[in-house]
Design a protein around this ligand. Structure first.
Ligand code: MN
Length: 232
């Protein structure tokens, strides 16, 4: 047993549907601008340039139904509904046609974003971290094991704020499919069990304020509900 000088941090994890056991989270990779209509609303051309990735720390995951305090240092706190896939067996240079065999499960999550900080960083050529990788920035619904997942390639993906639909698209609209972008990612880093990939958001992103309730879902993968509380 390794002896640590301080107590090791708790293992970050997400819930699993119909199970008391949880999925341990190692890293969170996120795909940028992976739906054409969202790329356009962010002021970018949705041509099929290679996908790009950013990351969030593992311990920013938040369970379904947990209230999130409005985060500090922002006046433009945005939702982004996303399909999330979970890596069960890792690997490097995974061929696209083998990607699904490496996944343990899939779910729906929200890539919460301090949009003002993200855009300020983007425009100055600085890292996106403080716009994307802040505390409690990734609510994720319980994972569905792959053998019960109907599809990660088609099906409705939607988000509502206080019951009003804001994002409504289909996984078939992904510019780079799960098979494609996970394969590409595995050429840059060695994927490992516990890695999550947030696969990009469709058009319709926008702000929330304290008191709002975000709900969303992916067809066949359940729903997520995230209330926004007052700032701490
Ligand atoms: Mn996103």
């Amino acid at each position: 047993m390794t002896d640590f000088v301080i107590a090791p941090p708790p293992q970050a994890s997400v819930a699993v549907r119909n199970s008391a056991a949880r999925f341990p989270v190692r890293r969170i990779f996120c795909v940028g601008r992976n739906y054409a209509a969202h790329a356009r609303e962010m002021g970018k051309d949705p041509d099929r340039e290679p996908p790009f990735f950013f990351t969030k720390p593992a311990d920013v995951v938040v369970d379904n139904d947990q209230e999130i305090p409005y985060p500090p240092e922002t006046k433009d706190f945005h939702y982004e509904i996303e399909l999330v896939v979970a890596v069960g067996t890792g690997g490097r240079n995974i061929p696209a046609d083998q990607v699904l065999d490496h996944l343990w499960g899939a779910s729906v999550g929200i890539d919460l974003t301090r949009r003002d900080l993200q855009l300020a960083a983007r425009d100055k050529g600085r890292p996106w971290d403080f716009g994307k990788a802040f505390d409690l920035s990734a609510p994720i619904a319980p994972l569905t094991p792959m053998f019960e997942v109907p599809s990660v390639e088609k099906g409705r993906i939607w988000l509502a704020v206080n019951g009003e639909i804001k994002q409504d698209a289909d996984l078939a609209d992904l510019i780079w499919s799960v098979r494609e972008h996970v394969s590409i990612l595995s050429h840059s880093i060695v994927l490992a069990p516990g890695d999550l990939i947030m696969t990009g958001t469709p058009a319709g992103v926008g702000p929330v304020v304290p008191g709002d309730i975000i709900t969303g879902g992916v067809e066949g993968l359940g729903e997520i509900r995230t209330p926004i509380g007052p700032a701490l």
